[in-house]
Design a protein around this ligand. Structure first.
Ligand code: NDP
Length: 322
């Protein structure tokens, strides 16, 4: 099945319905050589959207992705790339951590572009909301970054519906560039924000979605049903919340039932979970994560499952996690 390209909400930009991101992997499990192989495989399959963030491996993820793109010789018009700002990478420096203030945003975008080796990113996200900066200050700064050409579009990640609407309305009232996209977690285990909390935003504001952790960090592949395999994400230090989820007996029982349904449907749990996420019409792009080329190739196979995902099958798997 060929890749489809969907508009980012009502914006004109089109992104592949599966994108590829670098959280946890680039700089920790994936070096520049493997990153290049993965990105080449994704691109070959029609992926045009590559997701990154300043904070991923403290900037190394941007450096690796930028170098991979240069080594692969991709032309700037052939791909869409994002980064995200909020956490900062300057430990202990006032104004540079956990913020969306103007000073941080203006300096952080320049440093990200330098690491990526690019003149602009296509999408720039506010990685989290910042309760200590007025939304208006952030909207002005993001709008100025877009006006300067350092980003083509801007959006938010894990902002509340109320915060997204406030930002959009400030931009509307002040004739500034509006946020066009939100990046929330969305998978069979985490549905409420996308399906309930944001329900009115899609039509009212024209917001598109690029969604993260479609496999709940790998849990939906079924890889944790018999414990935590060596080298898996839940085995890594620094991801205690994932280790906890991966060993949650009640959740693992549901995953077991889900794995059985996937087998019955003659596919893999990973592909079924990914196809389910991509089938939501509000989702512009499902961002894939992978620590190997084989995982990425399996996951891109979700395209075939999308074609045969029936409402009955969806209802069954939703029932398991309800
Ligand atoms: P997933 O939920 O799909 O988890 C990906 C991980 O699951 C892989 O790295 C791998 O981990 C495991 N995995 C994937 N496929 C398979 C497979 N077929 N078989 C077995 N194991 C598999 O996505 P991510 O959590 O990585 O999120 C995707 C992207 O979303 C990120 O790269 C990032 O760009 C973005 N993101 C954004 C956030 C935000 O706040 N805006 C937050 C989190 C992510 P392993 O092999 O190590 O077990």
């Amino acid at each position: 099945s060929p890749m489809r390209y969907k508009r980012l909400g009502t914006a004109g930009l089109k992104v592949s319905q599966f994108g590829f991101g670098s959280w946890v992997t680039f700089g920790r499990q994936v070096d520049t050589g493997l990153a290049k192989e993965q990105m080449a495989a994704a691109f070959e399959a029609g992926v045009n959207f590559f997701d990154n963030a300043e904070v991923y491996s403290d900037g190394q993820s941007e450096t690796i992705m930028g170098r991979a793109i240069r080594d692969l010789g991709w032309k700037r018009h052939e791909y869409v790339i994002s980064t995200k700002l909020f956490w900062g990478i300057h430990e202990g420096v006032v104004n540079m951590k956990n913020t969306l203030n103007r000073k941080y945003l203006m300096q952080a975008i320049d440093a990200s572009l330098e690491r990526l080796g690019l003149d602009f990113v296509d999408l720039l996200y506010c990685h989290r909301p910042d309760p200590e900066t007025p939304i208006e200050e952030t909207v002005y700064a993001m709008s100025d970054i877009v006006a300067s050409g350092k980003a083509l579009y801007w959006g938010t990640s894990e902002w509340s519906a109320e915060e997204i609407r406030a930002a959009w309305e400030i931009a509307d009232k002040r004739n500034l560039r509006k946020p066009v996209v939100e990046q929330p977690q969305y998978n069979l285990i985490h549905r409420a924000r996308v399906e309930v909390e944001y329900a009115r935003l899609y039509e009212d504001l024209g917001i598109g979605l690029t969604t993260w952790s479609p496999l709940a960090s790998g849990i939906l592949t079924g890889k944790y049903v018999d414990g935590i395999p060596e080298g898996s994400r839940a085995s890594l230090s620094g991801y205690g919340f994932i280790t906890k989820q991966a060993s949650d007996a009640a959740l693992i029982e549901k995953v077991r039932a889900f794995v059985a349904i996937a087998r019955e449907a003659e596919t893999s749990p990973a592909k079924l979970a990914l196809a389910w996420t991509a089938s939501n019409p509000k989702v512009s792009s499902v961002i894939l994560g992978a620590s190997s080329v084989a995982q990425l190739e399996e996951n891109l196979g979700a395209l075939e499952v999308l074609d045969r995902l029936t409402p009955e099958l969806c209802a069954r798997i939703e029932g398991v996690f309800a």
